[in-house]
Design a protein around this ligand. Structure first.
Ligand SMILES: [Zn+2]
Length: 120
């Protein structure tokens, strides 16, 4: 009979009472996602955050959000690849996880205030 670490450290012989890695009592059933080392908040809905005027600005915002520990993504809001001009000139829509939206929108508001306040 084999017993399993509830934290996903693996399977052990049944003479082991506790996991040698994390000291938790072993259980008869394997944990639901044994191969996943890092939990991804994939179940959380992604919500619209803001529209950046072009790709460089979108990249800047993504970078600043990342520095704040907020995962964000951007997608072109223009007519798409293959249309006139470069995709870099299109507006980009930024999206974040719903739980980070309030914090993220405060960060973006600060950025936009900085831009308006910088005149030279
Ligand atoms: Zn363990």
């Amino acid at each position: 009979m084999t017993r399993y670490c509830p934290a996903g450290d693996g399977a052990f012989e049944d003479w082991a009472e506790r996991c040698p890695a994390c000291r938790q009592p072993l259980q008869a059933e394997p944990p639901p996602a044994p191969s996943r080392m890092v939990a991804q908040p994939a179940d959380e809905p992604v919500v619209f955050l803001a529209t950046a005027p072009n790709e460089p600005v979108a990249q800047l915002w993504l970078q600043v959000l990342e520095d704040e520990g907020i995962r964000a993504m951007a997608k072109p809001a223009g007519p798409g690849y293959g249309a006139w001009g470069s995709v870099a000139t299109f507006e980009h829509e930024l999206f974040v996880l719903r739980s980070t939206h309030d914090r993220a929108s405060a960060v973006i508001a600060d950025l936009q205030a900085d831009e308006e306040g910088t005149s030279g």
